[in-house]
Design a protein around this ligand. Sequence first.
Ligand code: FMN
Length: 453
Amino acid sequence: MKMMQIYAFDMNCVGHINHGLWTHPRDQSVRYTDLDYWTDLAMTAERGKLDGLFLADIVGVYDVYEASAATAIETGAQIPVNDPLMPISAMALVTRSLGFGVTVNTTYEPPFLLARRLSTLDHLTKGRIGWNIVTGYLDSAARSMGLERQPDHDARYDTAEEYLDVLYKLWEGSWDDDAVLRDRQAGVFADPSKVRAVRHEGRRYRMEGIHLSEPSPQRTPLLFQAGASARGQDFAGKHAECIFIASATPQAARPIVDGLRRKARDFGRGDDALRILNLLTVVVGRTEKEARDKLEDYRRHASVKASLAHYSSSIGIDLSKYGMDEPIAEMTTNANQSALAAITRQAAKPVTLRAIIDQMVLGSRMKPVVGSAEQIADHLQKWIEEAGIDGFNLARTVAPESLRDFVDLVVPVLQERGLFKADYAQGPLRQKLFGGESGRLPAAHPAAAFRKT
Ligand SMILES: Cc1cc2nc3c(=O)[nH]c(=O)nc-3n(C[C@H](O)[C@H](O)[C@H](O)COP(=O)(O)O)c2cc1C
């Protein structure tokens, strides 16, 4: 049995996925503005040998529900939301091996600046940074950036492809490996003949410049992606190394997982190019009864209203307009197409608001898995086997209690069963996850074509 990978999924805000739980008396997420909230979280994740701590991000507000941002603001549903990159260098300082994933949207800032920010974090984390490539799904974000609405769904991915070309040129091709000499005697820091300006002239981006950072341990950060529409899968099969999916059952996940691996093979990246992780909420206790009691306790704090506000923006449909038993028809919107398809395509009967709300046990559209550590471990094992995935992205509930519970109760059981590592592998994040000689991208990845040395 292969080792599973596990990430703690979080966001620099109060309500991330399981909404309303910040009102629980033990929840600490209201301290998201304190640096020690983040450093404590990172140390807990590393104590549990988790592969990484992953930070989501959005650059707009959830204003589709009732055509207003009021519900999201009132319930703290991902607003206020702070910059996800800022806490990472502090978390890197208090850990040695934990990886970091950070979400940055490609639609609204020039690639040249993002190239340097991520290189800086790759240096400061000693090669432990991963980037979740998102193109956004919020018109509110587009309006904040001076656009009328966001670009069309597939066009966002086309633009992201070009954006990545610019980044790959900068990260992989601007500085040779032996460009930096640090020769104190000769007074030569770097050899100018081994540093070059990269050029790009495309449909959307045009630039010429030398990458501002010297080569970092991974050069290109580990690449994550989370879109699962047809166009999103194509993009992921070509570029992504780790992919987040959000399927409700292993049966629903399997075709997506097989399709993604097939895509990566079609792009010539081989059979071992991807690590696929499913989003999961876990409520664990020392016994099943304790876990069920905990769920009931948490449940009293969950906010369905916040969840509907979040979900309406995710799928681009104002759910407040539907009656409880009115069917929600299959349709295409310009928002998150895979999230919408997840409810409209896989249901045996037409989906209704009542059915969606029934799922929202802890204030998200994802039903939690509840049980003793052994029961949770059984569940994870079954998922890996039946869906063919590589691991999980754990959504928080009551923070940081839910991460501590997972680390203290579930991790030891997984380790005993030989399903989870007892310690970290050596090297940068990419090397830890994929092995190999270095933390650099493999030759079969499209970024490698931009290398000069
Ligand atoms: C588990 C998971 C996490 C995601 N995290 C973010 C995020 O932090 N920020 C964001 O803008 N989009 C996020 N997304 C949305 C995707 O990046 C993507 O925009 C969305 O799924 C629409 O693409 P699609 O229509 O190809 O599925 C996430 C999606 C999933 C499944």
